[in-house]
Design a protein around this ligand. Structure first.
Ligand SMILES: Cc1ncc(COP(=O)(O)O)c(C=O)c1O
Length: 385
């Protein structure tokens, strides 16, 4: 029997899809390991493309998630009592100040749904987290993006000067992805002096655990402004990207409005249990931070030795300028042939840059070896002495 094929969808997409959705591009994730293995027939692959925790999840988290499998015929606790309690104890908050979602990106989606509408003005920076641009545009918001400074940092002064009466939300990724740079305490204070009370500031602190080791990093929880929502995640230092859990802290009035648009059973049952397990394993987190800080330093030294100029990063990734989009493509493809996946930054409108996530000791050794092998040809092609 012949299957009926879909016909010409133009008429429905024309009438159904709003122009701001038609203009969106689908988010491009880092290349999955299995895909590269299939494409190139490689067995040794190091994925340094998505800023994940290369040490993997905590064994506590795995145990909790494994036990939870016996209960998955039940819906999750929609109030996520255990996870919210664990977070409220850790950060000295009430459960009413906490919201959860499928990753911090899930919560960004709820913020967009609850607080933005077509034409609403959102102020942020150029070259920041793409996921946020997509979510804000998906509800028809207008993005006002201020360029980064010459040293690839948020231009706080220019942002403060760009706030005007229509500004509804200011989005700040601190530290920023894909640059790894951050706004410091003084800059944060300076910005907040200019932010009117009715403007919501989203402080996306996805790399908080890494950044918090730096004295002048402004942990937004030390301030507790009524018009700030802090977003954090279990995807990075806690090593749980695959189960999608993020959390947000804010005034209970903001949280209760977010909860009205939130899907009731996010995060799912396994994710809630895994996150509690991860929070209970401080040694795993400490190991993660210590390993990252050592390997990040080594990576920066290696890149400098090879005449790259890494952007100063306080995260688990480092970004370098290759100089041209072609050079970025070449470096990415040459490394791919050697089984190392890094991230080209074309989608971040930084096509002449690439980003390297910090992996395990073995993965970094793989990256260094691959670089040693490809650099003679790469340098030749791109006029590097
Ligand atoms: C700055 C920033 N915010 C948010 C996210 C999304 O994290 P999650 O996995 O919690 O959705 C990322 C992921 O790369 C990120 O870099």
């Amino acid at each position: 029997m012949n299957k009926k094929l879909f016909g010409d969808p133009k008429s429905i997409t024309q009438s159904l899809v709003p122009p701001y959705i038609r203009e969106l591009k689908v988010y491009q994730a880092g290349k999955p390991i299995d895909e590269l293995a299939r494409e190139k027939g490689l067995t040794r692959i190091s994925k340094l493309a998505s800023n994940e925790n290369p040490l993997g999840p905590s064994p506590y988290a795995i145990r909790e998630m494994t036990n939870a499998l016996w209960d998955i015929h039940r819906y999750p606790d929609m109030h996520a009592y255990a996870l919210k309690t664990a977070l409220s104890e850790l950060y000295d908050l009430k459960r009413e100040n906490i919201t959860l979602g499928n990753g911090s990106e899930g919560i960004m989606g709820y913020i967009a749904r609850a607080f933005l509408s077509p034409g609403a003005e959102v102020l942020t920076s150029e070259n920041t987290f793409i996921g946020f641009y997509i979510l804000a545009r998906s509800v028809g918001a207008h993005l006002n993006c201020v360029p980064l400074t010459k040293d690839y940092r948020y231009d706080v002064e220019a942002m403060a000067n760009s706030i005007h009466e229509n500004t509804k939300i200011i989005y700040i990724a601190n530290p920023n992805n894909p640059t790894g740079t951050y706004i410091n305490r003084q800059e944060f204070d300076q910005l907040m002096e200019h932010v009117p009370d009715h403007v919501l500031v989203i402080l996306d602190e996805a790399y908080f655990e890494y950044a918090n080791e730096y004295d002048d990093y402004p942990d937004s929880m030390d301030y507790r402004y009524d018009n700030v929502i802090t977003l954090r995640t279990f995807s990075k230092a806690y090593g749980l990207s695959g189960i999608r859990v993020g959390y947000g802290f804010a005034h209970e009035d903001l949280i209760s409005n977010l909860n009205k648009v939130k899907l009731p059973f996010e995060p799912n049952l396994i994710a809630q249990k895994g996150a509690v397990g991860a929070l209970n394993d401080r040694p795993h987190l400490e190991r993660t931070l210590k390993t990252n800080s050592k390997l990040l330093k080594e990576c920066v030294t290696f890149l400098k030795e090879k005449d790259f100029d890494p952007i100063s990063s306080i995260t688990n990734f480092v970004t370098i300028k290759t100089g041209t989009p072609q050079a970025s493509d070449d470096l990415f493809n040459m490394l791919l042939d050697k089984g190392v996946i890094i991230r080209p930054l074309k989608a971040n409108e930084m096509p002449e840059f690439i980003r390297i996530s910090i992996g395990t000791e073995e993965e970094m050794a793989h990256f260094y070896q691959a670089m040693e092998e490809i650099l003679p040809k790469y340098n030749d092609l791109h006029g590097r002495a």
